[in-house]
Write a protein that binds this ligand. Sequence first.
Ligand SMILES: [Zn+2]
Length: 159
Amino acid sequence: MSRRRTTPRAIKLHRTYSVEEAARVLGVHKNSVRAWRAQGLRPIDDSRPVLFLGSELRVFLERRRAGRKRPCRPGTVYCFRCREPREPALGMVDWNPSTARRGNIMALCSVCETPMFRSVSRDQLAAVMPGIQVRIVEGPPRLDGKHFPSQNCDKPKDR
Ligand SMILES: [Zn+2]
């Protein structure tokens, strides 16, 4: 999978871009530009073909890029459906070790209930999830939305 970086600076502020032109200048697929509309990129007006003002396009992309870099605050996990960090539903997360020290937090988004994942080492757990009840899950992940929250959560075994 190739990861393309968009280059907002290639966009000239004072000209207008059709979907095709924006896609070509930015090196993305036309469908990406169409998807941006759904994410809040506004065209100049309702007429066809759809045209975007360069300044609007650039601001949208730079804001989007800044949003990607935003780290999750402690106590939150990035929800890919909401597209922003969310608190775990009911203040509870599972932690599934992949090695002795490494593992993944699994939680349900408190807003849309989509499963969220975040790689966190055992040592980081307390700092990353302050005040959150962490259940250490040995074995394969059990969190699938149906069995969560469990009524018999164990306290973290270590520490
Ligand atoms: Zn969500």
